[in-house]
Design a binder for this molecule. Structure first.
Ligand SMILES: [Zn+2]
Length: 346
């Protein structure tokens, strides 16, 4: 066949020319991902750093009287030691059985109550380490989701509430409040009023920008509103479920400033992006390519403006501001009707 003839006739010069053509083509996805991870990232600012994680794989701090914070450098959980037993909140698999080891260092009392912040496995995928015959608390949306998933590692909650519920155990109490959908439907505020500790998972990221795509929030306006809701609580310490250290009210204020900046900048970009220039190289017969071009351009313009303002203030601003801008722009379009060039046809 002619293919064989062509190959046989290729000279080293031709082969070299072919290689050049290969390099001129866009890289495959794996090569593009490799290039991106090899690019240097901005130095992590001091505010993003936390206590050292020991060789045991976790750090523990008594952040208020008998309330213990656990962290492994990425994930966090909390437990409360009362004079009658231990209330455990969440069990990230990466902390796993280290949660029980940490408890044994500070108390001989058993776990008597278990609380789900929300249903995501990365925060509660090790709940099965706790006794299965003690009450398990969750908001109704979380409980329904866990019921339908039927995961033995996340036992179905036995105590289900809609709006608010207080757990009283001996000399301690924890209030569980639901303020509407944010990161997920059913993601709750967990509050110890006497010790002034608030736990809110996957919303605030102390010292860091939110995780990719605004923490994959099910409801972005609810996610933004949850910042204001958090600030209505009287608290000194925040357990946020993620990253390196316990948080403070100041961390909530700073992140609210970031998401507000993101929102205002993305809102402007939705209308100001140069559509002619953006669409010039695009196959306009490809509906998805048209949308991708527009949304990518909006997110890129937003991130180009934000990253210089935030890279020294919050960790990972250069890593996740682009996908955060993409998620914010989509929410502005779909939740808040900022349709830019895709508004009502006159
Ligand atoms: Zn989550």
């Amino acid at each position: 066949m002619s293919t064989t003839t062509t190959t046989d006739n290729q000279t080293p010069t031709n082969l070299s020319a072919d290689t050049t053509n290969d390099e001129a083509r866009p890289p495959d996805f794996s090569t593009a991902a490799k290039r991106r991870r090899e690019m240097p990232t901005a130095p992590v600012p001091e505010i993003a750093k936390g206590p050292e994680v020991s060789s045991a794989g976790y750090a523990m701090e008594e952040i208020a009287d008998c309330i213990f914070w656990l962290g492994d450098g990425q994930y966090q959980s909390m437990f409360v030691v009362s004079d009658e037993g231990v209330i455990a909140v969440d069990a990230p698999p990466t902390l796993g059985n280290n949660i029980l080891r940490a408890m044994r260092r500070v108390t001989k009392k058993p776990v008597t109550h278990v609380v789900y912040s929300h249903q995501h496995s990365d925060h509660v995928g090790a709940m099965s380490i706790f006794p299965d015959n003690v009450p398990h608390y969750a908001q109704r949306f979380t409980a329904n989701r866990l019921s339908s998933l039927a995961d033995p590692l996340r036992p179905v909650p036995t105590e289900v509430f809609d709006d608010t519920l207080t757990i009283d155990v001996g000399d301690h109490s924890l209030r569980l409040d639901y303020g509407g959908a944010n990161h997920t439907e059913g993601n709750i505020f967990i509050y110890a009023p006497h010790q002034r500790v608030l736990m809110l998972v996957d919303v605030i990221f102390p010292g860091w920008v939110p995780f990719s795509n605004l923490a994959l929030s099910a409801n972005v306006p609810g996610f933004i509103n949850a910042h204001e809701q958090a600030l209505t609580y009287d608290f000194d310490k925040l357990v946020s479920g993620h990253v390196t250290r316990p948080g403070t009210p100041e961390d909530v204020h700073v992140q609210l400033e970031y998401v507000t900046d993101l929102r205002v900048t993305a809102e402007a970009a939705l209308s100001s992006v140069d559509l002619g220039k953006t669409m010039a190289p695009v196959d306009t017969g490809n509906a998805w390519a048209v949308f991708r071009a527009y949304l990518d351009a909006v997110a890129a313009q937003t991130a180009d403006e934000l990253v210089p303002r935030w890279k020294d203030r919050l960790g990972g601003a250069d890593v996740f501001t682009l996908p955060n801008a993409w998620a914010m722009a989509e929410s502005l379009r779909l939740d808040l009707n900022s349709m830019g060039p895709f508004g009502i046809t006159p």
